[in-house]
Structures are given as C-alpha cells and as structure tokens.
Design a protein around this ligand. Structure first.
Ligand SMILES: Nc1ncnc2c1ncn2[C@@H]1O[C@H](COP(=O)(O)OP(=O)(O)OP(=O)(O)O)[C@@H](O)[C@H]1O
Length: 296
C-alpha cells in the first residue's frame, strides 16, 4: 500500500518545549483523514512539517516517500490551506486564480473558476469582502487547482457557521471523490468526523494517541457496561477509559470481539466520537492489570 504521509519518531521543539514528540504514523494514499486534538496539541506543527515549512528536530516525515523540507518537487504535489484561510484580501478570486497559474506548473484554472461559479461566488469582489464561508471556498478552490496528490487543511471550517461548515465539507468530499487526492484536515468538530473521514489521527500534548483506519479502530474497541468495581472481562487488552456511577461502570476498552458476553456485562456500539473522547481524556492508556479504575 502506498503511503501518502509517514512520520517516524518525528519531533519538533520550540526552544525547550516539544510541540511534537516521538510521533509515528502512516497515512495510506487515497484516504480522507482527520487530525484531531485539543488546542496546542501539535496539529499545526505536524501539518507545517508535512508541507515542508518546518524542519524536524528528530525523526522523519515523508510525503509519497520523500522528505518535503527544501524539496520543490515534493511541494508541487502538496496543496495546503493554512489556518484562517490567509488569502490576499485585496485581490479578487479571479486575480488569485491567475496568480496561481504563474506560480504553479500544474495549474487547473478552469477547475477553480468552475467551482466558484457553481457556488455563486463573485469572482470580481476582493476576497476580504466575501463572507467567511465564501473565503474558505476560494481557498479550497485554489488548493484544488494545484491538482495536489496530498491536500492538507488546517482547521478549514473553524470559523464557519454550521451551514457553511456542512457546505464546505460537502464541497471537499465531492472534490476528492472525483480525484485520487489524499486529504488530511485538522478539526475540533468530533460530530462531523464519522460522516467525513475514513482515517483518524488523534494528537494530545505533542504525542500521537491513536491512528489508523476508522473501520479498524472501531472494530478494535468496545464499550462495556457492568457492575461497579468488577474486573474487566477476559479478552480486554486495555481499559482506555472508565466512568462510574454508584452501581455501574462503563468501560471503553481495546479488544477484538470478546469470546462470549461476560456475566453481568453488556456491550454497546462504540462511536468515533466515544473513541476520540476516551483517548483525549487520557494522556496514557492503562494496562488492565494496573490502574484501570478511573473516576470520571
Ligand atoms: N512559533 C512558535 N513558537 C513557540 N511555540 C510554538 C510556536 N508554534 C507553536 N508553538 C507551541 O507548540 C505547541 C503546539 O502548537 P500547535 O499550533 O502545533 O498546536 P495546535 O494543535 O495546532 O493548536 P490549535 O488547535 O490551537 O491550533 C503549543 O504549545 C504552542 O504554544
């Protein structure tokens, strides 16, 4: 399987503080991946390393097998939409499309023009005078016009209202379905994930807590409800998170299918949101044998 993005023991620090540390994961080509984590977790740092704007202090990052820092050929394959869609505000969309044509070898101006016209975005108004949602669409159209193999978006919908968010994500999904582009977007919006991504990377305090295909991750975890203070059933590899009421414990555990329903325990379906929240709530996953009991 070809890897669009790979990190191996990747680390970046600002002064003495690590923004990203011992970070290893693989993102196979063709996936739409969400990069999730709280403020300051290291998401922008990871995206800036992937696009070659930063140089790693430890380890390696590779885009389609090559390190991006100082490698123009690799950069030509990456589209990047930075946080807050920083477009030149006095330029119109038409001018930005034409500017892109002068700066990029493989530039599909017609694709950008057609997208904006289909969305009814005025091409001759300075982008500073467009709405936040329209500006985000212009930034996406420009990134797609580059025909990137890997598209990186840093919190593309953070500033948008729910309707504009939905429209933006639909536009993004539609665009990548028509191409072979691999997408990695950072986001705080857990409820949108299940609908939009098939791969997940969870970052917390500079470390990767979880990464993999959504199907495999969901398959490998269970939500168990049972009597308070009972030991977890056999077959549980790790208790990621435990919450208790007076009489019951709810455990999100890492485990393949359990051999048989353990007496007193019932199993519930795990949503992607449950999974992300469980890993974000914990900075370290626990071994079953050790402190599995965590009061929520
Ligand atoms: N230029 C910089 N100089 C010093 N520290 C920085 C710099 N950029 C980021 N950091 C620090 O590195 C850590 C990771 O920041 P980063 O912006 O990558 O997080 P993030 O997950 O993108 O956060 P947010 O969701 O708020 O955008 C934070 O502690 C941040 O304060």
């Amino acid at each position: 399987m070809e890897q669009a993005l790979e990190a191996e023991d990747l680390g970046k620090r600002y002064g003495r503080a690590w923004a990203l540390r011992d970070c290893s994961f693989e993102l196979p080509a063709g996936r739409v991946a969400a990069l999730v984590g709280p403020n300051g977790a290291g998401k922008s740092t990871l995206l800036h390393l992937a696009v070659g704007l930063l140089k790693p202090d430890t380890g390696r990052v590779r885009v389609f097998g090559r390190e991006p820092h100082g490698a123009p050929a690799t950069l030509g394959e990456i589209g990047f939409v930075a946080q807050d869609t920083p477009l030149y505000r006095d330029f119109t969309a038409r001018e930005l499309i034409s500017l892109g044509g002068r700066l990029n070898r493989r530039w599909d101006a017609a694709l950008a023009r057609d997208r904006l016209s289909a969305l009814g975005i005025p091409p001759d108004r300075p982008v500073g005078k467009l709405s936040g949602g329209q500006r985000a669409q212009v930034a996406l159209a420009l990134a797609l016009a580059k025909r990137p193999r890997l598209l990186l978006l840093d919190e593309p919908v953070a500033a948008l209202d729910p309707l504009a968010r939905r429209e933006f994500m639909q536009a993004l999904m539609g665009a990548v379905a028509e191409s072979e582009t691999t997408v990695l977007f950072s986001s705080h919006l857990l409820s949108e994930l299940e609908r939009t991504c098939d791969h997940l990377i969870v970052l917390q305090t500079a470390h990767v807590q979880l990464s993999g295909s959504v199907d495999e991750l969901l398959d490998g975890h269970r939500l168990l409800v049972g009597p308070r203070d009972a030991a977890p059933p056999d077959g549980v590899e790790k208790v990621v998170r435990a919450a208790h009421t007076e009489r019951q414990s709810t455990l999100l555990v890492r485990s393949r299918a359990l051999p048989a329903p353990a007496p007193g325990w019932t199993e519930r379906e795990v949503s992607l949101e449950d999974l992300v929240l469980a890993y974000l709530a914990d900075t370290e996953t626990r071994d079953v044998e050790t402190a599995w009991e965590v009061t929520a």
